[in-house]
Design a protein around this ligand. Structure first.
Ligand code: NAD
Length: 341
């Protein structure tokens, strides 16, 4: 069986692309191709077919998968697939690499957003959305290599960098008490967030690669309501921001249930790099759906199944978490308070 951690290579994209051999296709974010023309030139020198795609949740669809597949039909199964983009291109490419002719020989992730570098390009998960439901279809397919090309991160906006930092904080507050202490004194640079975030996720994934031991679930801290916010905003609240806001909901739920110490929740909220209007944004988006719609979105979450009650990852201490049942009365009361804030 393939190892679950990709070989990590750091360097300029053109130097890494020069090492490619054999037939290959790159599913590439068209914005990255535009902002970093050396990427297209390096792919063309390496004779890699390029399928340009618009990054964003729309890329994670069955329709895009079909379009990409149709564009690659004559490529052999022994091809290499590269994902050159953020988490949406990475997710689509993971599903493509897994399903194209029943699975290609080699899969390389080239994360170009902070969020993808910290989180989504690690751990082998890829998924497509169905309608407004996030990640309704998905696979596990571990990348063989990850290329981290710092020059590609230079065109990210402050908001995009923050989204990656929020995912790294998510891992640190739930899983790494030492890094939590260090970071709460001095917030990390993007480079440090990428290194620490990837390391935490890789170690966790190695213990529970296919999410069978209930360990990977820790990575869902902030995701229960994060996914709801993405859906109710029709993806106008982007994934990283949604997770940042979802962590605030999880902190409030944890405090309401007596699971998360109030002082810890306040400390975490203070250091999370959410925007200053985070609670106002939460009020806006949580106030939008009816309780019935919220219920439906929560039960569409793939991690629950229709029969189970709501379960959420909650903080119990610095670097410590639990998966706790949350009654409808409890989450409704928290949502009501947040929506009225
Ligand atoms: N598979 C996993 O384990 C996992 C984990 C976390 C998140 N995700 C998924 O990742 C997705 C979010 O990823 P994302 O935030 O990277 O989104 P994204 O792929 O939509 O990228 C965000 C935006 O950044 C642009 N972009 C990409 N690279 C750029 C660059 N170098 N410079 C400037 N702009 C650039 C894109 O064109 C896009 O507009 C969500 O769909 C989420 O569900 C998956």
């Amino acid at each position: 069986m393939k190892p679950h951690a990709a070989i990590e290579r750091r360097g300029r994209f053109d130097a890494l692309a020069a090492t490619l051999e054999g037939p290959a296709v790159a599913l590439a974010d068209e914005k990255v191709l535009r902002l970093h023309p050396h990427v297209g030139r390096a792919l063309s020198r390496a004779k890699v077919r390029v399928v340009p795609l618009r990054g964003g949740e729309g890329a994670k669809s069955v329709r895009t998968l079909e379009r990409v597949t149709a564009a690659c039909l004559e490529l052999p199964r022994g091809s290499t697939v590269l994902a050159v983009g953020g988490g949406t291109i990475g997710d689509l490419a993971t599903v493509f690499a897994h399903t194209f002719k029943r699975g290609v020989r080699r899969f390389v992730q080239v994360p170009t957003t902070a969020l993808a570098a910290v989180d989504s390009s690690v751990g082998g998960k890829g998924a497509l959305n169905v309608g407004a439901t996030k990640n309704a279809l998905g696979v596990f397919h571990f990348a063989d290599e990850a290329w981290l090309c710092d020059e590609l991160f230079t065109t990210l906006s402050g908001a995009q960098v923050r989204e990656g930092l929020l995912e790294a904080w998510k891992m640190v507050v739930t899983l790494d008490a030492k890094a939590w202490t260090r970071w709460s004194g001095r917030p990390p640079s993007l480079d440090e967030a990428i290194t620490i975030g990837r390391g935490i996720k890789e170690r966790l994934v190695a213990k529970d690669p296919f999410e069978q031991r209930g360990l990977r679930v820790a990575l869902n801290f902030g995701h229960t309501f994060g996914h709801v916010l993405e859906s109710v905003s029709r993806f106008r609240v982007r994934h990283g921001e949604a997770v940042g806001l979802g962590m605030l909901v999880a902190l409030d739920v944890g405090v309401a249930l007596g699971v998360t110490p109030r002082a810890l929740a306040a400390e975490v909220e203070q250091v999370l790099p959410n925007t200053r209007d985070a609670r106002a944004r939460l009020a806006r988006w949580l106030g939008a759906p009816t309780p019935g719609e919220l219920e439906r979105l929560l039960s569409a979450d793939k991690k629950r199944g229709a029969e189970a009650g709501l379960q959420m990852v909650l903080l119990t201490g610095p670097g410590r978490w639990t998966l706790a049942p949350v009654s409808a009365a409890a989450w409704r009361a928290v949502v009501k308070r947040l929506a009225q804030a």
